[in-house]
Design a protein around this ligand. Structure first.
Ligand SMILES: Cc1cc2nc3c(=O)[nH]c(=O)nc-3n(C[C@H](O)[C@H](O)[C@H](O)COP(=O)(O)OP(=O)(O)OC[C@H]3O[C@@H](n4cnc5c(N)ncnc54)[C@H](O)[C@@H]3O)c2cc1C
Length: 389
């Protein structure tokens, strides 16, 4: 009996975009290997994510099981003024989860031998209908398809679209996570079961509960997740990005790297600008972290047998609560588009044209999705932060 021959995809990037790609493409009948530059697990660095239907659809297709419940539910949105008065209520049931919960669930679903940590892609070459991927370690991998899920500063995108780079939007997201019992009860009583906002003058904050570090959803074991959007010009951002060891960070401040003086400044400003509930969150956070908000949109996603997906292709601002959902939708649609190709694949028959046509259709749809979401993010963000563009 002949062994089943499957087409092979290699995925670059082992964060959520890469994991959605690897799990859905395997479910669509492809052989998949995933390569991640970081030698370590990424799970301890993420914060909160709104659990969108696109994420659940992709995981269902991939056969990835989530813990039950997969997050923490909230029933309404409320807006606070500077004195903690509730100025607006909206009935809006939704579920929030943790970045780490999704990461761990997908990682568990992949066979260990298909995940290669500590492998940094340096570039790729084409070889007829195949692509050859080169890694810093000297490793070379041959595949029918290379999926660039390598994030905002994608090496894959840099090779195909060197002029497309993230542009700083003029503000950052300060973020923090607080163990559930560590918040004073007046603040916990305001936030519990809700998605809470405070809209200030050119600043904006939000908070909600997410599962604990090890997916816990029992009362008392969860975490408060908060975000505070603040404006800084480029020079002030560059100063913030010098970490507590004096090292200039290129992109963001992960937990544990912010200078003590900047944490003190953040707390002072929180006392001057935020409602008591949000102040209590900032005060209770040991290691606030920071991500600059950037805009990025690639004009193409497919380059022969190489494609871009997730943040490597486009980055919606976080007000859309949609970059993880977009990565999930990109990957799920790709797997659906390429499943019949996998079913009819054979090593000897010519098959390139069918793959090209399926990729072109996928690119067309996903570019539109990226445009919709990035446009929405810019308009929401500029309005919240009062940029008069
Ligand atoms: C540690 C971490 C924590 C995050 N936390 C949150 C969060 O709390 N909330 C939220 O909404 N979003 C978070 N995000 C972003 C969120 O994951 C993304 O917006 C979304 O899921 C799509 O991202 P992505 O997988 O396309 O890109 P990214 O998440 O940026 O991942 C890209 C991956 O590619 C790897 N990589 C880059 N270059 C190479 C290379 N040359 N070779 C091999 N690997 C490479 C990177 O190490 C990284 O793991 C986080 C991302 C990371 C990496």
């Amino acid at each position: 009996m002949n062994a089943i021959v499957k087409p092979r995809a290699i995925v670059i990037g082992g964060s959520l975009g890469g994991l959605f790609s690897a799990t859905t493409m395997r479910a669509a009948g492809w052989d998949v290997d995933l390569f991640e530059a970081s030698p370590n697990q990424l799970d301890s660095r993420g914060g909160g994510i709104v659990l969108q239907p696109d994420v659940l659809d992709a995981l269902r297709f991939a056969g990835v099981a989530l813990p039950d419940p997969p997050g923490v539910a909230s029933g309404e949105r409320i807006y606070l003024d500077r004195h903690d008065r509730h100025i607006e209520h909206m009935f809006m049931p939704q579920m929030q989860t943790a970045w780490g919960l999704l990461y761990n669930a997908m990682k568990r679903a992949l066979p260990a031998h298909t995940v290669h940590a500590g492998e940094t892609l340096t570039g790729f070459r084409t070889d007829g209908d195949h692509v050859l991927a080169d890694f810093e370690s000297g490793r070379v991998e041959r595949a029918d398809l290379l999926i660039g899920a390598d994030g905002i500063r994608s090496t894959v995108r840099h090779q195909v679209l060197p002029d497309v780079r993230p542009a700083y939007a003029g503000y950052v997201a300060w973020r923090g996570l607080v163990p559930e019992p560590d918040l004073p009860s007046f603040a916990a009583d305001t936030l519990r079961d809700r998605f809470t906002f405070q809209q200030g003058d050119s600043h904006s904050s939000l908070a909600y509960l997410i599962p604990g570090e090890h997916d816990e959803t029992a009362v008392g074991e969860r975490r408060w997740n908060w975000v505070w959007y603040r404006k800084y010009d480029q020079a002030a951002l560059d100063r913030l990005l010098i970490d507590k060891h004096g090292m200039q960070r290129a992109f963001s401040l992960p937990p544990g790297t912010t200078k003590p003086a900047d944490i003190a400044m953040l707390r002072d400003e929180a006392h001057a600008l935020l409602a008591p509930t949000f102040r209590a969150l900032v005060d209770a956070t040991g290691e606030p972290f920071m991500q600059p908000i950037v805009d990025l949109r690639a004009p193409r996603m497919v380059f022969g047998r190489v494609l871009l997906l997730g943040d490597a292709a486009s980055v919606p601002r976080p007000h859309t609560a949609g970059s993880t959902a977009k990565a999930a939708a990109n990957a799920h649609a790709l797997a659906l588009a390429l499943s019949s190709y996998a079913a009819s694949f054979s090593d000897s028959a010519p098959h390139g044209l069918a793959l090209d046509a399926a990729l072109a259709r996928w690119e067309n749809q996903q570019l539109q999705l990226g445009k919709r979401m990035t446009d929405l993010g810019v308009s929401l963000g500029d309005r919240l932060m009062k940029f008069g563009r």
